[in-house]
Design a protein around this ligand. Structure first.
Ligand code: SAM
Length: 205
């Protein structure tokens, strides 16, 4: 499954920005603004950086590493941030990162944990590489709790998994708890209907 997802993103890298809107990535979305405002400290990791839709907006005072396991997505991101000396992009699997423990003040992931093949493993890795007391910020699709909408998402999920390797019906906040975070350290609110969540986690280890 891991390689299937990676290959799917490699295949769609050329059309990803077109189909996800904001084609030239110059306009900052409101949730990207919120991500940037929520960052703490100066050492930042972005997991699943994709084509660099968030990365392009990191201010110069942050030292940012972005990782992705799709080389084609990463190459798009490299073009986006080619003038930004404070951003390093690396090909790496979020489920097995090569960083030392406690390396980053803030870890960011947007629309990634619907795609990571083993999301709990990936979230555990974010926990490991984030410093004690640091912050993890996630913006994620989640399954609607409404009966019919949830069912429709389950049906559509078959297509999104097939095309993109993306599970649109995951309960990512529960995966955060299963990965070892305490409920009281997790804050979340919906930013689009009841299907896209902004999740902030205090990394109390
Ligand atoms: C839906 S895209 C989101 C990209 C970007 N964060 C954004 O907001 O536009 C998901 C990205 O996560 C990456 N990804 C999925 N699983 C991954 C993993 N295990 N390790 C690294 N990257 C992964 C995919 O290759 C893809 O680029």
């Amino acid at each position: 499954m891991k390689n299937q997802t990676k290959h799917k993103y490699n295949r769609i890298a050329n059309v990803y920005n077109f189909f996800t809107g904001n084609k030239d990535s110059k306009k900052m979305s409101s949730w990207t603004k919120r991500v940037l405002e929520s960052i703490e400290g100066s050492k930042v990791l972005e997991v699943g950086v994709g084509t660099g839709k968030v990365a392009i907006f990191y201010p110069e005072n942050l030292e940012v590493i972005g990782i992705d396991f799709s080389l084609n997505m990463l190459n798009k991101a490299k073009k986006q941030v080619k003038d930004k000396k404070n951003i390093t992009l690396l090909e790496m699997d979020a489920q097995a990162m090569t960083f030392e423990d406690n390396s980053f003040d803030t870890v960011v992931a947007s629309c990634v944990f619907c795609a990571v093949p083993d999301p709990i493993k990936g979230i555990k890795e974010m926990r490991r590489v984030c410093k004690p007391g640091g912050k993890i910020i996630m913006v994620e699709h989640v399954r609607s709790n409404k009966r019919l909408k949830g069912k429709i998402m389950d049906w559509l999920n078959v297509i999104t998994v097939w095309v993109l390797g993306e599970y649109i019906n995951r309960d990512t906040e529960n995966n955060v708890i299963l990965a070892g975070f305490k409920r009281e350290d997790v804050k979340s609110d919906f930013i689009f209907s009841d299907i896209v969540k902004f999740i902030e986690i205090r990394n109390n280890k």
